[in-house]
Design a protein around this ligand. Structure first.
Ligand code: ZN
Length: 312
């Protein structure tokens, strides 16, 4: 096992909530973030500074950031698509500006209404803006493993975009499997190519479980020394521009796996499960997380109770 600690960035409040059919109130988002901030998480994505018409769920970005409790030692992030968003995020005291571009031209035009070139320019502008502030830019390379409209994204198409992010001073860059098209082989190819070319940069993974490969893909990253992952509480979420919206890998399921394998996370799994339960209550819906239903593998059952019920 790697001695390095695995750092999880919780994205449920943004990636998870933005596609929910119910409008979650600002007060409930703050309750959810409060619970998440008490789990040992050190990176929490709070909201998105996109235009409210594009993502109505995130229209209260400023109110959430102004009203929430900030736990010491936690970096609070927001998705920032353009310079206007960066200005709003800075005013709202966001520490990490998540910004980036999708490898797929079609996906950029749908998701952020920009060409890939325009999105890269926006990233460069946001990076330049962040340099004079106490906030930092975290790069996100969307559809890095495939696009539902254009198909596979070869490594050669990803590398020039990663280069722009590295030049823009991103020290941490997530490769996002936005619509769940990656497999452990494609994860290994991109991670290895990027690590080889930029050994000084921290490459993380943002994974979705659309085709059931979320944790297998995470394992492929772990085996290549990836220490930064994005996941969402209860596995909620999706993407409005993916034909089938399925959530991120589930934070508590992933942490359950990591702890079972002996990885350090500094996270309180019980507190994460409690936060997932609270999120279900807020949404009034069941979330796809599995440990939430099955319990931890360490929670043993009473065999005698089963024996009574067993058929003779
Ligand atoms: Zn996502």
């Amino acid at each position: 096992m790697s001695g390095k600690q695995i750092i999880i960035s919780e994205v449920g409040a943004r990636d998870g909530l933005q596609t929910q059919p119910v409008q979650v109130s600002t007060a409930d988002k703050i309750r959810m973030l409060y619970a998440l901030s008490a789990t040992g998480l050190r990176r929490i994505e709070v909201t998105s500074f996109v235009h409210p018409k594009i993502v109505p769920q995130m229209a209260d970005a400023e109110d959430v950031l102004a009203g929430m409790h900030r736990a010491p030692g936690v970096r609070y992030a927001a998705f920032v698509p353009n310079i206007k968003g960066a200005e709003r995020a800075l005013a709202a005291r966001v520490e990490d500006f998540k910004s980036g571009v999708a490898v797929s031209e079609t996906f950029n035009s749908l998701n952020v209404r920009m060409s890939t070139g325009q999105a890269m320019q926006a990233f460069a502008d946001i990076s330049a803006f962040a340099k004079g502030t106490s906030s930092q830019v975290v790069g996100v390379l969307g559809t890095a493993f495939g696009c539902p409209y254009e198909g596979d994204m070869p490594v050669e198409r990803c590398l020039p975009l990663i280069e722009v992010m590295v030049e823009g001073c991103a020290k941490l860059i997530y490769f996002a499997d936005t619509t769940g098209m990656a497999n452990p082989g494609s994860i290994a190819r991109l991670v290895e190519a990027a690590q080889k070319r930029w050994p000084e940069i921290n490459f993380g993974l943002h994974l979705h479980n659309t085709r059931g490969l979320g944790l297998a893909n995470a394992l492929a990253g772990l085996e290549r020394g990836v220490t930064d992952f994005e996941s969402s509480i209860g596995g909620m979420g999706g993407c409005p521009y993916a034909p089938l919206a399925v959530g991120n890998i589930c934070t508590e399921d992933f942490v359950h796996m990591l702890h079972g394998m002996g990885y350090e996370t500094a996270l309180d799994l019980d507190a994460l499960i409690a936060a997932a339960r609270l999120t279900e209550t807020i949404l009034g819906a069941k979330l796809p997380g599995m440990v939430l239903r099955a319990g931890k593998a360490s929670e043993l059952h009473d065999a005698e109770k089963k024996r009574d019920k067993a058929p003779a």
